[in-house]
Design a protein around this ligand. Sequence first.
Ligand code: QV4
Ligand code: CA
Length: 526
Amino acid sequence: MEYKMRTGTHKDCKMKLLFFLVVIKLCSGQYDPNVKPGKTSIVHLFEWKWEDIADECERYLGPNGFGGVQISPPNENLVITKPWRPWDERYQPVSYQLCTRSGNEEQFIDMVTRCNNAGVHIYVDTVINHMTGYGAGIGNSSTCGSYFNSGARDFPAVPYSFLDFSNYKCKSHSGGIENYNDPYQVRDCQLLGLLDLALEKDYVREKIAEYMNNLINIGVAGFRLDASKHMWPGDIKAILNRLEDLNTTWFSNGTRPFVYQEVIDLGGEAISASDYFGTGRVTEFKYGAKLGTVIRRWNGEKMAYLRNWGEGWGFMPSDRALVFVDNHDNQRGHGAGGSSILTFFESQLYKMAVGFMLAHPYGFTRVMSSYRWPRHFADGKDINNWMGPPSNPDGSTQPVTIKADTTCGNNWVCEHRWRQIKNMVIFRNVVDGQALTNWWDNGNNQIAFGRGNKGFIVFNNDDWDLDVTLNTGLPAGTYCDVISGQKQDTMCSGKKITVNKDSTAHFQISNTAEDPFVAIHVNAKL
Ligand code: QV4
Ligand code: CA
């Protein structure tokens, strides 16, 4: 089984496997997130500038146990001015040169170096299914000024010509994807009018691998493969087979890049997430959609039903899943997920959802970090959902400023700096490897569970108070609740919880509390 799932992921795997059991781990690197030992999460610093990310790695992410950062696409993209500099222009590549609104190549190298040295790894959002849209135009309106002609399918800065695109294979009327139940259309036709690359071509594979190998040599730890559903698994495999091992300045010999593929599978389509298990992890979009429904108590859902959360809810195997409460698409009504998705706009419920995700053992976790935009609904749709990051009149991105209370300015939300979320990232590190234990629920929306003898969490999402004595599994002592406060030296700025000799503890959580949940772990013992 192991053998079957992992063959072909690296050129040499098959052969080495026959001789050395130990090589299995090296070959299976694409499932392993490549975070430093003891770290368990990454954060998506959506649209941040490279110099701000470098600072954040050193001053905040490293010291607080974050394993890595997913960055916005670093390669040259179309500059869109109508509407003014939307965020999604970064999903319209013009070349593989490293210059975007986030910074140039020198700044990129500096970020990767400084973050790696701070023990925080970089994961690149890689847009390789397509180039810019067919209708993008002719000229140099791209982030490094490279010339292109989208109508002629000419991108000399790569170079790609009309021979490198897959339109000759596409059988739909319009040349775009019209029917998501036809896997050929989904892979061979244009997604949203974006020029679809012929990934079966050796030349195209080589150009993409060159780009990704450049990133690997600079020192990145892995890749989010954008629009993976629109690429044939065999083509993805052929590209990954051309990738080098990670840079040995920071990673041990033979480490393969971590790969997580963006496949939106909410069920009911011809293509399923499992088609991509052979080439890496896959985004589990059911996770945020379902968790949002439960925490909102929609459709008769209750937190008590979370008892068998994970595979028990029809999700993919935990060791294949990349999980998140919201992402840059579904927090603003793009992509899939729908109205149940929780975001920073509903902060109280959002913190509970993220807290639950980070406490629960299922999947590899990604925390979202956003910028604020003036959401404006018309006919149920947010008409401002195209708006790019906080920017200056010339279009340059504004820096992430840090206030005295450690929150961010300039409309950067920095969810990852919210005390409750930051402390749950640490909680997940502390309980890493421990099984889910001591589940309790009231049959409704009050639940609690532990992670071995390392940590315990209690939620009250009912409309009445919680007042109960539970077995926590923890050693006796006084613990600091890391949601209402945190341990500072020998003091606790939040609630204190006393765990008795028999591991039981008494919990009281008002349903009107600012954060109606409590979390304790052995590193927050007083
Ligand atoms: C429009 C029309 C098309 C027409 C085309 C003609 O809608 O029907 O063919 O013009 O030129 C933007 C516009 C979109 C426009 C397109 C091309 O929104 O209306 O097409 O540009 O000009 C992001 C945004 C998209 C954006 C795209 C490129 O979400 O709105 O499109 O960037 O700028 C599916 C996929 C999944 C995908 C998700 C959004 O299975 O893979 O849709 N998610 C990823 C990224 C996402 C990104 C892309 C893929 C594309 O997470 O952020 O799309 O790289 O579910
Ligand atoms: Ca395609």
